[in-house]
Design a protein around this ligand. Structure first.
Ligand SMILES: NC(=O)c1ccc[n+]([C@@H]2O[C@H](COP(=O)([O-])OP(=O)(O)OC[C@H]3O[C@@H](n4cnc5c(N)ncnc54)[C@H](O)[C@@H]3O)[C@@H](O)[C@H]2O)c1
Ligand SMILES: CC(C)[C@H](C(=O)O)[C@@H](O)C(=O)O
Ligand SMILES: [Mg+2]
Length: 407
């Protein structure tokens, strides 16, 4: 398998001239001289399309990144590599060495999703998802930001009542490299009577709790100063230590109001009154589950992006959803979560705040202009496929209507 090095080139479907882009050969495009001349910064980005709808949504997000770069003076060197099922088929392993080394050497990783029916019965070491977990662990991306924002034009897409969903803006922080996902011992066994058993270990060391706690308090400080830690400290020892450490570390953040909630209650409160939450922090497994739940408050799992960050080194930016094998290859996938992940890549991975805002403005503008994929469609809006939605997002990137001016 070879990484394809692509310097600031992409395939887009609409007339590139209107974006200040020009065709170089075939369907590839580059920035026109005038636009390209403004480039001052250059970053290497590892692209991992993965499986299922992964390639469809990554293609849109890449186009959006390139166009935004043209307009904001940012240049990328893209390295596209394999992971998950695609890597298993090509190389026999879910995370090839080349993928890991490429990711480690880059400024940021933009990921689609992995997994699919074909590999569902593989042994654990040969599952596509194992490649993703290895990548997260190897890059040390312990802090996973999953923002759930209800965009006003999408309030009708939420399955919740309008007054419940309207105005929701919460940041779920998930610990990503510890807990039951990685805890030892784990495995399968057989009792003497022949009955099979299987087990996993929910385990957190103090340093793992402390670093996610400091991270969460700092994010809460930048938001509305409210942090809710979600655990199961009435039952689980790992949660008892989690709560003890959060209480201790809270002393260092007197400006943040810390509260605690059991995970079963939290899953109910998220649906009852999601606006009560500002910043939420939880462990690996609870964060996985609660973020899928939070996504439906916003209208669709196709709307939630994520940023996975390490103390040092590249972050991983990916939608929270999976490879959606049920709609793969049908041009039905919602690319917004991946496009918003590209915005998080610019903000948290590269420190390019203005470019991140341009993409976020474009998402809101595209929604305001009425374009929807089927998962967020409601009567009176315009139903389009993944590709066409990508083209509409590109138009909005170019026009850059600020969110404050949005209708
Ligand atoms: N980060 C990842 O790579 C990741 C995350 C979750 C699941 N997975 C894998 O994905 C595969 C499928 O898992 P699943 O079905 O449980 O979850 P999923 O998130 O892939 O799909 C759940 C449902 O949501 C829909 N959906 C998901 N993303 C969508 C989008 N962008 N636009 C429109 N609809 C969308 C799907 O069509 C499906 O009906 C499994 O192999 C799983 O392990 C991977
Ligand atoms: C695919 C799987 C390993 C992954 C997880 O459980 O972390 C996914 O569900 C997610 O939310 O990113
Ligand atoms: Mg998940």
């Amino acid at each position: 398998m070879a990484a394809s090095l692509e310097v600031f080139q992409c395939k887009v479907a609409r007339p590139f001239e209107s974006f200040g882009l020009r065709r170089s050969s075939g369907r590839s495009v580059r920035c026109s001289g005038a636009v390209a001349g403004r480039h001052s910064k250059s970053y290497s980005v590892t692209l991992i399309p993965g499986d299922g709808i992964g390639p469809e949504i990554i293609s849109v997000a890449k186009d959006v990144l390139v166009l935004t770069g043209c307009l904001e003076g940012i240049k990328y060197e893209f390295n596209e590599v394999l992971m998950g099922g695609a890597a298993l088929d090509a190389t026999g392993v879910p995370l090839p060495d080349l993928t890991l080394s490429t990711a480690k050497q880059s400024h940021a990783v933009l990921l689609g999703a992995v997994g699919g029916y074909k590999w569902d019965n593989n042994p654990k070491s040969l599952k596509p998802e194992t490649g993703l977990l290895q990548l997260r662990k190897e890059l040390g991306v312990f802090a996973n930001l999953r923002p759930a924002t209800v965009y006003p034009p999408l309030v009708d897409a939420s399955t919740l009542k309008t007054h419940v969903a309207h105005g929701v803006d919460l940041m779920l922080i998930r610990e990503l490299t510890g807990g039951i996902y990685f805890g030892q011992p784990r495995g399968f066994g057989t009792y003497e009577n022949g009955e099979e058993f299987a087990f996993n270990t929910e385990i957190y060391a103090t340093h793992e709790i402390d670093r996610i706690a400091h991270f969460a308090f700092k994010i809460a400080q930048k938001r509305r100063g409210k942090l809710c830690s979600i655990d199961k400290a009435n039952v689980l020892e790992a949660s008892m230590l989690w709560r003890k450490r959060f209480l201790a570390i809270a002393q260092e953040y007197p400006d943040v109001e810390l509260s605690h909630m059991y995970v079963d209650n939290a899953s109910m409160q998220l649906i009852r009154d999601p606006k009560q939450f500002d910043t939420v922090v939880t462990n690996n497994i609870f964060g996985d589950i609660l973020s899928d739940e939070a996504s439906m408050v916003t209208g669709s799992i196709g709307m939630l992006p994520s940023a996975s960050l390490a103390d040092l080194g590249p972050g991983v930016f990916e939608p929270i959803h999976g490879s959606a094998p049920d709609i793969a290859g049908q041009d039905k996938a919602n690319p917004f979560a991946t496009v918003l992940s590209a915005a998080m890549l610019l903000r948290y991975g590269l420190g390019e705040e203005k470019a991140a805002e341009r993409i976020e403005n474009a998402v809101l503008d595209t929604l305001n202009r009425g374009f929807r994929t089927v998962d967020i469609y409601s009567p009176g809006t315009k139903l389009v496929g993944c590709k066409q939605l990508g083209e509409e997002i590109m138009k909005s990137v170019e026009s850059n209507v600020p969110a404050s001016a949005a209708v």
